[in-house]
Write a protein that binds this ligand. Structure first.
Ligand SMILES: [Cu+2]
Length: 531
């Protein structure tokens, strides 16, 4: 009995012990899970703090400096030590790199930057920035060899400049805010002087906040007529393509424009794309020649029929054709599917019976190819030339911060402006540039200031037709282009993508000659933002 009672007591004690132990275990478990939760929360908090700090630091690091000076403080003997940027050292100042004060013939213009109301309605954008109250600004026609003097007067409330795209101006006339001048402040003025050396179709636009300002109307065309023309044109007309909102215009027209031309007359159409992405056009009603690219004549151009041309950002195409005995010649935009658009349009012919050739034909998808067009001829620069220096430029794309803005960043050799490398060249050198576009970042129309380059190869293959000289080369994804030029215009020059959105998000670099200084700087202190 006693034994049995004792056993029961022991069992009860064991049960109590077990209960106590289960309670303890549960409490330990709760404690552990609470600790785990705390640890997870702390971890998450740490992660958020680290991510936030990293985000903040990356954002802060992408901010333009208050002042960055693009001068070079070296000579080429120090080659590897030679750096540009952050330098205010003595050297030849850009302000001394200028055109002569006078010449036998001077063409003088005044361009006043001012706001204006557009003649046609655009959603939310009727007041625009212009030169002389119109966008496109005045077309400046000058003669080869003349001294061009342009007075810029700023009546806007923001700083502006004028860059002469494609023209080998002296450095002080290049119009790059913070490099060759300060942006011209409201109420102030600046004088541009350059000799019109090479005939052709060029254009001008602001190079202060150029993405914003070129898009909002600060652009115009410059035509340098040859001193001794090699061909005769009865009619010479120019058209700038620009998109307002989603509306494409030829010059200032969204509709049909007419040009009066008689059968047998020769017509030259100078076409410019002021937008950031390519435009496709076709000429119907006769065959035509592509006479010049970026203002430079092609050798032995051959007639093309219904071949669409794709003009990338900032590029110019000169088309020439002889008016047929009858019918209308029309210039129309073509969409990516090869469908002609009916507006905007240019109708060329005689009388009042000009009309579109309806139904409009379907256009071939294969566009004009500059690498096979025209006839070969000797050129001072060829793939077999000896190059003094070669630079490879990787055109890249990433997601990150560009001047504190999260989103796309377009890079040159992995860096975004103003942290991109400076390419150093010396007067007299033959310089080769290799543009490589291996990314999905889009088409990059790469533009070199102050020089004209010869296109050597596309994807490793030499050109088979006419030599091609350009200032802007369109490099599509998975394409490479080799181009070359003589370093014959000392100064501090930009190389940048002329998709100005890309330029505004990092895709710029400097090409500099040694020992050039500038009194100007880029950044928040000066308010100079060239792109
Ligand atoms: Cu680009």
């Amino acid at each position: 009995m006693n034994t049995q009672r004792r056993k029961m007591k022991i069992d009860r004690n064991a049960l109590e012990d077990e209960n106590t132990s289960t309670l303890e275990q549960a409490s330990t478990k709760r404690l552990r899970s609470k600790k785990r939760r705390t640890r997870v929360l702390l971890g998450l908090l740490c992660f958020l703090v680290v991510a936030g700090v990293t985000f903040g630091v990356a954002m802060q690091n992408s901010r333009y400096p208050d002042a960055i000076n693009m001068g070079t403080s070296c000579n080429m003997d120090m080659s590897m030590m030679c750096q540009a940027g952050h330098s205010v050292a003595a050297g030849i100042p850009v302000t001394s790199l200028r055109a002569p004060q006078t010449a036998a013939h001077i063409d003088e213009f005044t361009l006043t930057s001012q706001s204006a109301h557009l003649p046609f309605v655009i959603q939310g954008q009727s007041d625009v920035q212009t030169y002389n109250g119109t966008a496109l600004g005045p077309t400046l026609r000058v003669r080869q060899g003349d001294l061009v003097v342009v007075h810029l007067i700023n009546h806007l409330t923001v700083g502006v400049t004028i860059h002469w795209h494609g023209v080998a101006v002296p450095n002080s006339a290049d119009g790059v805010a913070g490099v060759t001048q300060d942006a011209v402040r409201p109420g102030q003025s600046y004088i541009y002087r350059f000799v019109a050396k090479d005939p052709g179709t060029y254009w001008y636009h602001s190079h202060q906040e150029s993405f914003e300002q070129t898009g909002s109307g600060l652009y115009g065309m410059l035509i340098i007529e040859p001193a001794r023309p090699v061909v005769h044109d009865d009619i010479d007309a120019n058209f700038a393509l620009h998109t307002w909102g989603s509306t494409l215009v030829f010059n200032t027209s969204t509709g049909a424009q007419t040009i009066n031309a008689r059968p047998g007359q020769w017509v030259r159409l100078r076409l410019l794309n002021t937008d950031n992405t390519p435009h496709r056009l076709v000429l119907l009603g006769t065959s035509f020649l592509v006479a010049a690219l970026d203002g430079h004549d092609l050798n032995g151009p051959t007639p093309l029929t219904r071949v669409p041309i794709s003009i990338d950002a900032a590029q110019r195409y000169d088309l020439r054709f002889q008016m047929p005995l009858s019918g209308t010649v029309v210039l129309l935009p073509v969409d990516d599917n090869g469908q002609c658009q009916t507006t905007p349009s240019v109708l060329i012919g005689q009388g009042s019976n000009l009309h579109l050739p309806l139904p409009l034909p379907s256009i071939s998808q294969s566009v004009f190819d500059l690498t096979t067009y025209g006839h070969p001829t000797t050129n001072s620069i060829s793939p077999r030339s000896h190059f003094d220096v070669t630079y490879t430029i990787q055109l890249g794309f990433t997601i990150g911060f560009s001047n504190m803005r999260p989103g796309p960043v377009f890079t040159l050799d992995g860096k975004a402006f103003p942290n991109t490398a400076t390419l150093l060249v010396r007067t007299g050198q033959l310089v080769k540039l290799l543009f490589v576009n291996d990314t999905i970042g889009g088409i990059h129309p790469m533009h070199l200031h102050g020089h004209t380059f010869t296109v050597l190869t596309k994807n490793g293959h030499s050109l088979t037709g006419s030599p091609v000289r350009l200032d802007t080369i369109s490099v599509a994804p998975h394409e490479t282009y080799e181009v070359a030029f003589y370093a014959d215009n000392p100064g501090l020059w930009m190389i940048h993508c002329h998709n100005l959105f890309h330029a505004n998000h990092g895709m710029d670099m400097m090409l500099a000659y040694p020992n050039i200084s500038t009194p100007y700087s880029i950044g928040y202190a000066s308010g100079n933002f060239p792109d």
